[in-house]
Write a protein that binds this ligand. Structure first.
Ligand code: B16
Ligand code: MG
Length: 210
């Protein structure tokens, strides 16, 4: 075995909650008269915190807002985002993802989560994914978002593995940068990014990489 552990990003890797983030930010942007928020700008929100995402969205408009107004906007976006999440079921996880996680577990590979989302525990619960994880590191209590490696280093610590024996699976450039900064092997999933150690399009290819 090449790796003792695999640490997974959540949004865009295990589940397609990235599309719900996009729809919720788009709705907030439109309510503020911002019409230039699109899928391309959305790429920059992947892996970064809620408040940093909000700053990127607001930078497309011309108005300045107070800290309390920004807090309210972030809450509005999160409420809408959680409405989408509340409709998720275990069927939102593909057989390919579930089968690969089962395979890795059976091979004795430790499985960790490295997501900067504060909603990660809720998503794992809705989709019945909790049972596959030996350790969860998420946005709750996190100080630095990706591209800082903090979220992955915490996952490795909780799994009691060294980063050099672990791989990170990510769909965002900020996440690949974070993995490399932390000393992990970086696997880009559905992402073209030359800095990654390897790029894959099929999730089940992980079975061969380990
Ligand atoms: P929340 P990941 C990240 O999750 C998302 O990619 C990013 O778009 C989002 O802003 C961030 O979580 C915070 O999410 O508002 O739910 O706390 O990709 O690290 O799993
Ligand atoms: Mg992601």
């Amino acid at each position: 075995m090449k790796f003792s552990a695999l640490i997974f990003d959540l949004d865009g890797v295990l589940v397609h909650t990235d599309k719900f983030h996009y729809l919720a930010w788009k709705s907030l942007a439109e309510s503020l008269g911002i019409t230039t928020f699109d899928e391309k700008v959305n790429e920059r929100l992947k892996g970064v915190s809620r408040m940093t995402s909000l700053e990127i969205v607001l930078s497309l408009g011309k108005k300045e807002y107070s800290a309390s107004e920004k807090q309210a906007f972030a809450e509005t976006k999160n409420t809408l985002y959680r409405e989408y999440l509340s409709k998720m079921t275990p069927d939102d996880v593909t057989n390919e993802v579930r089968g690969t996680l089962r395979f890795l577990k059976a091979r004795g590979i430790k499985i960790g989560l490295g997501s900067v989302s504060k909603n990660a525990p809720y998503i794992l619960e809705r989709t019945d994914l909790e049972k596959y994880f030996d350790a969860v590191s998420d946005g709750n209590g996190l100080i630095n978002s990706k591209p800082d490696p903090e979220v992955f280093l915490k996952a490795a610590e909780r799994l009691a593995v060294s980063p050099k024996d672990s791989a990170v699976v990510e769909d965002a450039a900020a996440g690949i940068d974070a993995a490399i900064a932390g000393g992990f092997y970086a696997i880009a999933y559905n992402l073209q990014y030359a800095k990654a150690n390897i790029q894959i399009k099929d999730f089940s290819l992980l079975k061969q990489i380990i």
